[in-house]
Design a protein around this ligand. Structure first.
Ligand code: FAD
Length: 431
């Protein structure tokens, strides 16, 4: 048994880890060793990739590229391949992953199972929109090839299916064509939510990528709006990105009432000075946090939660304002507060998180009951607004909020593999 935690480091739990490395052996391993759950890079914050005291199928050894058609941008690879390795392979060849989350240190399987989104949801949807086909292996040995054209029901269950329909072995992804690794970007400070929404609306047509950092302490909703488009070819030397690693776990969280206010103020003021247009390399635009590996350690030994919700646009502004006020009043919250709008487009998966509206994501140091109480107040706002919480980031949402937020749950359940279960599936689905 090995003690494993996920990105939030809320605890360490014993797991019987079965590494998956050879695709031909996976059927036997998962048939002989279940119930279990697949785990990629464990970049999910909570319990979606955990199975305490049970079996964990570690997929990072399934890391082979199968084919890349350079004329069409069709890539086939195993599900344990990292998005980072795809980007490094395809960007010099004029292609890029169309959708990518805020870290590239995740696997293709993890990106599909959570149907992850990036900064361009309003233009290109989420990761699953670009998967042309995937191969799913069930614990009884059945192999299901599915996609938008074949066995669409299995595809819709597996994209955003939280790893519960089978182990994804292979995926075929349609890449997006680009001229190079650079983006033309613009940073615009905003003082309140009205300004945020008008920037988001006016950027939708001309800017592929939009996101904003929001100061969760000021309570007013000031922040920095960032937008970007892929640039034409540039004659620039690429940065030599050498990541640093957070060397230790400090005895207490470095994110606390004393540090939060000055940090947010300094961040806002420093970046306000950098406002305007710039050319940014894709690594710094898409993955700024990957420069400090294991930054999750800064929250100390008790770890941290992320609370990410999406609420429909109709009451979105009021709901976000209400959440920000609750958070400001509590004095909690984080440096890493993100606010962005999702486009008006349906998601592929039955349990996919993105829905038209506005999404707010914040990290909170784990202070036990006090933090959980705050989440209950935020839950009430999300529930009232008809929103939902993101399972990839969650470790505690109540079951009734999950059921309310994901109305296609009953449709999804028949596709579950009886040999698969996670801490999250037991918490939110009862098994
Ligand atoms: C710094 C940071 C920034 C992030 N930014 C974003 C963001 O902008 N947008 C976003 O959507 N998410 C974001 N995330 C969340 C992250 O993208 C997702 O949690 C992603 O799913 C993690 O992939 P993973 O390989 O670590 O999978 P894990 O966390 O290990 O697993 C996630 C799920 O995938 C399943 N799974 C993994 N491999 C397979 C497989 N082969 N077959 C079947 N199921 C499988 C697991 O069972 C589990 O249900 C961020 C996370 C971090 C740490």
């Amino acid at each position: 048994m090995v003690a494993i935690s996920s990105w939030g480091r809320l605890g360490q739990w014993e797991h019987d880890v079965k590494p998956l490395t050879d695709r031909r052996q996976v059927a036997k391993i998962i048939r002989d060793n279940n119930p279990g759950i697949a785990q990629g890079m464990a970049r999910s914050y909570g319990d979606v990739c955990l199975n305490p005291n049970g079996i964990l199928w570690k997929t990072t050894g399934l890391d082979r590229f199968i084919s890349l058609d350079q004329s069409t941008g069709r890539l086939v690879c195993e599900a344990g391949v990292l998005l980072r390795d795809i980007q490094r392979l395809v960007i010099p060849r004029g292609w890029i992953l169309p959708v990518t989350p805020g870290t590239q240190l995740v696997t293709v399987g993890g990106a599909i199972a959570n149907n992850v989104h990036g900064k361009n949801h309003h233009v290109l949807g989420s990761f699953g929109d670009h998967v042309q086909q995937l191969t799913l292996l069930r614990t009884d040995g059945e192999v299901i090839d599915c996609g938008p054209q074949i066995k669409q029901d299995w595809f819709a269950a597996t994209v955003g299916g939280l790893g519960l329909t089978g182990v994804i072995l292979l995926a075929e992804i349609q890449l997006r064509q680009i001229s190079g690794p650079w983006l033309e970007t613009e940073t615009i400070p905003y003082e309140n939510l009205n300004e945020f929404f008008s920037l988001a609306d006016s950027s939708e047509v001309d800017w592929e990528h939009t996101v904003s950092w929001i100061d969760c302490i000021s309570g007013e909703g000031r922040g920095l709006f960032m937008r970007g488009n892929h640039a034409e070819k540039q004659n620039r030397v690429e940065p030599n990105n050498r990541s640093k690693t957070m060397p230790i776990v400090p005895p207490v969280s470095l994110v606390n009432r004393i540090t939060l206010r000055p940090f947010n103020m300094a961040y806002f003021n420093l970046n306000r000075m950098k406002k305007g247009r710039a050319l940014a390399h894709y690594t710094s635009f898409f993955y700024p946090l990957d420069n400090l590996l294991e930054w999750n350690r800064m929250y100390g030994p008790k770890g941290f939660y992320q609370y990410q919700s999406v609420v429909p646009r109709a009451d979105g502004q009021e709901a976000v304002q209400a959440m920000l006020r609750e958070i400001a009043r509590s004095g909690e919250g984080s440096f890493l507060a993100v606010l962005k709008t999702f486009g008006d487009r349906p998601s592929v998966g039955m349990l996919s998180f993105p829905q038209p509206g506005v999404t707010l994501a914040l990290d909170f140091p784990n202070k036990g009951a006090q933090t959980l109480k705050l989440f209950e107040r935020l839950d009430a706002i999300v529930r009232e607004a008809g929103g939902r919480i993101y399972p990839a980031k969650d470790a505690r949402m109540p079951r009734d909020l999950f059921e309310a937020g994901y109305p296609r749950l009953a449709e999804f359940l028949p596709y579950r593999d009886p040999g698969i279960g996670s801490a999250m599936s037991r918490r939110l689905m009862g098994y």
